[in-house]
Design a protein around this ligand. Structure first.
Ligand code: SF4
Length: 843
């Protein structure tokens, strides 16, 4: 994909250009002229966070499967890029086709956390779209949102044309179809919104009006005459039939989760009363092992990832987790692919499972008792006993884990000093479990602050104010330090604001708008969070944020009462009363239905795979024949390749380039040899790092193989898998003992394009440079002087370019001196490493 020239000018000036390149392996680019509907899927945070979200990846797959829809991605630009866009009056655009946000038919946000709301508004502003739904013209994109926060969309209601509730796989395609029909019929926007409101799972905020009482509480939420009074969420009854991405997009940069992620199960039946995800994703729906296995192997083969993650709200509760894990670990271990289960529940870890996990562990074991005392755990319906927790931790330490991370929550309803003391004691007891085990045992404690969420039994309870949270955090900090336990906690101010918006009403929209207009964005990032500006925003709009943390009466009209999550309000109230009485509600997975209201037991019902005759046993999980396992070592075969790195790939850093090559090697199924030891790594050696922004026709990479493959076959296979801009131009076999790529380069030639510089002056500077015994310049990145002459072998110029031959390192210092330019000016121009001279000798 040719990159827009302006973007090329900007990227050298920003911190992480690979965030904005697009064109990653697996990205879908359609001809927009040939589709009926274009959708921008927007994650309101930076690329590396958004690319790790599996929900958006699923929707990208569902939409792009349809030939008449083109879905593209948009992430929040980091403030350095935002500044450049604003300076040059450029609109925010998509990664795939660099289309401005305002030119899409649909702009869809995923709302994963409340602290991203300011980014939603800021992105609309940067995309040139009117913030408020009522201000948008007939040609403006339809602005929609979905995700967990959409279950109380009211704080964003003024800014959204429609909201998708529940599982988005089917409803989003239906919404696109409705828009297509509406466009064909040339309907006005108001008619389109009426049409959308008829789709199950689509909420149109403009069709509802909140009526407030004098004391600020809601009197009612009135639906437009003749319209639905409540909007029900959508369910995907059977995940095995639902689309799932098997060609993941491979980011150039290191994202939060760089791996194949397979959702093994959706929903949870444990009923932890604080957990919104546990309620809004009900009922539990497991994918069959066959489906998981086929998704996973296909995605591995197509991606070249080295890690696999099995996703679920509680992976240990997946009914066939042991056979699944045993089988996967056995197969994937041979291919040096690690498996991880990011969410494990205490009580779901048998010794056999811990043993399997031990084989593939990379870091410590993370467990979430959530509360320090049995009483508190009964209140939150976390049905785990201290004895279970200690037994699992003891087994883990005995099996070789050195670190256990414990997650707790602070400020839960009815919490007392005794519960906090219990938390400290419990963590200390866990640490004592590992006493005497070889290598020692360590425990880290992380404590988040409880924020009540809509559609949970705790939706009525009060939230601790900031000062009270800080007081309890200080108590824990001192107590845990005395026990020599490391402690991490959240900023109480962030939890405070999250609490205001999680149970907020439509009036908060004006606070949000004011805050964004006064510079608030990236609130989830400590360095950008402007708490004081937020407080000014509340004051300027006459709202008291503390009021939103108050306890609600059971009969109070809640801002999300018209959103039908499937859960009966009476069930949630029963659960709230049981919490106060310290009563447990059993898990409904085993048949103890507590009548939450979600299932109709015809189409919508829990789907558990164990006992399902269609599910294979552990021994019969299909392992695709085309997944190649490592071959035994026969002889030392080393292939040296010359690579070109041109176009936008010049903005890839050295580590990013290495990762691109590693994954392409895996996808190409080249039998690369691995190092020995505890963490085997592919034997692929790279030369010195190329400066960011410099193209190259002469990078060298050595690869040691396990099979005697012809270099031309390696070249061909790799070129099929490398992204545009990176290509092998030559591959030869070299004898063992040859100097490594970094050691073997004697000098490198660079071509630096001239941009109107006076050639006569340049020739004079070159002559005086070459005649000098030493020349001093400055490294602007380190602000320190450096000697330049000794690095330069030769310099000359043509009408178009400065030609520079240097021994090692970057051409920028000498080029900057010769051309009298800054490094930034040089980076914005065209600099190409054209050739290298290799040393003759071997080791
Ligand atoms: S209706 Fe019963 S079985 Fe279904 S999710 Fe609710 S509690 Fe579980």
């Amino acid at each position: 994909m040719p990159m827009n020239d302006t973007l090329c000018d900007i990227l050298p000036l920003v911190e992480r250009p690979s965030r904005y390149l697009g064109g990653e392996y697996g990205a879908v680019r359609k001809d927009r002229a040939k589709v009926d509907i274009s959708v921008a899927l927007v994650f309101p945070d930076v690329y590396e966070v958004g690319m790790s979200n599996i929900g958006l990846a699923i929707l990208y797959e569902c939409l792009n499967r349809e030939p008449w829809i083109a879905a593209e991605r948009v992430y929040a630009p980091w403030p350095d890029l935002e500044q450049q866009l604003e300076k040059r009056r450029l609109p925010l655009a998509s990664l795939e086709s660099e289309t401005p946000l305002s030119r899409f038919d649909i702009v869809g946000f995923t709302l994963q956390y409340e602290m991203s709301y300011s980014n939603v508004l800021n992105l609309l502003r940067l995309g040139g779209i009117a913030l408020e739904s009522a201000q948008r013209g007939e040609d403006a994109p339809l602005v929609i949102a979905g995700g967990p926060c959409a279950y109380n969309p009211e704080p964003l209601a003024d800014f959204l044309d429609a909201v998708v509730l529940g599982d988005g796989e089917e409803v989003l395609v239906e919404l696109c179809a409705a828009l297509r029909e509406s466009k064909r019929a040339h309907e006005p926007r108001e008619e389109l919104l009426k049409r959308l409101a008829t789709i199950e799972g689509v909420y149109v905020p403009g069709h509802f009006t909140p009526i407030y009482q004098e004391d600020g509480r809601l009197a009612a939420i009135e639906a437009r005459e003749g319209g639905k009074t409540r909007v029900r969420r959508r369910f995907v009854a059977d995940l095995d039939g639902a689309p799932y991405p098997t060609t993941p997009i491979i980011p150039f940069m290191q994202t939060i989760h760089n791996r194949v992620a397979v959702e093994i199960c959706r929903g949870c039946t444990r009923g932890c009363r604080f957990c919104q995800a546990g309620f809004i994703y009900r009922p539990v729906r497991e994918r069959r092992m066959e489906t998981i296995s086929s998704i996973l192997f296909e995605a591995l083969e197509r991606s070249g990832f080295e890690d696999v993650s099995l996703l679920s709200l509680s992976a240990g509760d997946y009914s066939s987790i042991e056979p699944l894990l045993t089988s996967l670990v056995k197969t994937l271990d041979e291919q040096r692919i690690a498996v991880s289960l990011p969410s494990l529940r205490v009580g779901s870890l048998s010794t056999a499972m811990l043993d399997e996990l031990r084989k593939i562990r990379k870091t410590g074991l993370t467990l979430a008792p959530e509360a320090g005392t049995e009483r508190m755990r009964r209140v939150i319906n976390k049905g785990i006993s201290e004895a279970d927790l200690l037994a699992e931790c003891r087994t883990a330490f005995e099996l070789g884990w050195r670190l256990i991370k414990l997650y707790f929550m602070l400020g839960l309803p009815t919490e007392t000093a005794e519960d906090l003391e219990g938390l400290v004691e419990l963590a200390a007891r866990v640490k004592r479990c590992g006493k005497g085990t070889p290598g020692g045992a360590d425990v880290h404690v992380a404590v988040s602050s409880f924020v009540p969420k809509a559609h949970t039994p705790f939706q009525w309870c009060s939230q601790l104010h900031q000062e009270a949270i800080e007081e309890r955090q200080n108590f824990l900090k001192d107590s845990l330090r005395r026990k020599k336990l490391r402690f991490k906690y959240h900023d109480a101010r962030t939890s405070f604001l999250e609490g205001v918006f999680s149970r907020g009403d439509r009036r908060l929209g004006r606070v949000l708008r004011w805050a964004v207009e006064h510079g608030c964005h990236f609130d989830a990032w400590g360095e950008h969070f402007r708490f004081d500006t937020w407080m000014e925003a509340f004051a300027a709009n006459g709202l008291d944020p503390h009021w939103y943390l108050r306890k609600r009466d059971l009969d109070e009209v809640l801002p999300w009462d018209h959103i039908d999550s499937g859960l009966e309000k009476a069930f949630l109230a029963r659960e709230w009363n049981k919490a106060l009485a310290g009563e447990i509600t059993p898990d409904c997975r085993g048949g103890h239905c507590s009548n939450c209201g979600v299932c109709d037991f015809q189409e919508i019902a829990p789907r558990i795979v164990s006992g399902d005759a269609r599910s294979p046993s552990a021994d019969t999980i299909p392992t695709p024949a085309n997944v190649k396992t490592a071959s035994p070592l026969q002889e030392r075969v080393i292939v040296r390749m010359r690579l070109a790195k041109t176009g936008k790939t010049r903005f890839l850093g050295h580590l990013e380039m290495m990762s691109v090559v590693h994954r392409a090697v895996r996808r190409a199924r080249i039998p690369v040899r691995f190092s020995e030891g505890f963490h085997p790594a592919p034997r692929i050696a790279f030369g010195d790092a190329l400066p960011l922004g410099v193209e190259s026709l002469a990078e060298i990479v050595d690869m040691e193989l396990n099979e005697s493959l012809a270099p031309s076959a390696v070249e061909e296979a790799l070129n099929r898998e490398l992204p545009e801009g990176i290509a092998v131009s030559e591959a030869v076999r070299i004898p063992p003992g040859t100097l490594s790529p970094a050691e073997s380069v004697e000098s490198s030639c660079y071509r630096i394009a001239l941009n109107g510089e006076d050639r006569t002056q340049l020739e004079e500077r070159i002559a005086s440079f070459l005649a000098a015994s030493e020349i001093w310049g400055e490294r602007p990145d380190r602000h320190e002087p450096m000697e330049l002459r000794s690095h330069v072998v030769d310099a000359s110029c043509t009408e178009e370019a400065l030609l520079l031959t240097i021994r090692r390192g970057s051409p920028f210092p000498a080029a900057a001196w010769l051309l009298n330019l800054s490094w930034d000016q040089l980076r914005a121009g065209r600099v190409v490493k054209t050739s290298i001279r290799l040393k003759k000798c071997s080791k």
